[in-house]
Design a protein around this ligand. Sequence first.
Ligand SMILES: [Zn+2]
Length: 171
Amino acid sequence: MTWTGPTTCALITDAEKQAIHDRLGPDPLRADADPAAAHARIRRSRTSIAALLMDQKVIAGVGNVYRAEVLFRHGIDPYRPGKDITPAEWDALWSDLVALMREGVRANRIDTVRPEHTPEAMGRPPRVDDHGGEVYVYRRAHLPCHVCGTEIRTADLAARNLFWCPTCQRR
Ligand SMILES: [Zn+2]
């Protein structure tokens, strides 16, 4: 096989493009994203899952609201080390991020509560927050958990405020 000039150029361009892509973890909004690539990094890490979810080299585009909410929805303590996240838990987290983030783009707001925890279902007033949307823990510090009534906690993690329920979310 003979390599021609233009072909070589094209190959370098593709390789460079791939190198840039490889520096970012998979993006749940992309159909071609590979969740196993993210789990490969997570399962080798002693870093907390909450910090890993904010690391763009692990997973791209999650952001602070979805990180807090998806960990709540799966009952995972934000300080649990990545290496202790099981493959089944990771699959569930990833599928949920894909669904929640797609819905967020479609609706242009972030809602993360399940049907049984909406204001209508629970007979509670809707959330009043600039951010909009119904959530379980994000920016709900010191308010009662919608599921168990425990006071929602907050702490600084990976330079952002973290929110979680110490009863619903387990190590
Ligand atoms: Zn709770």
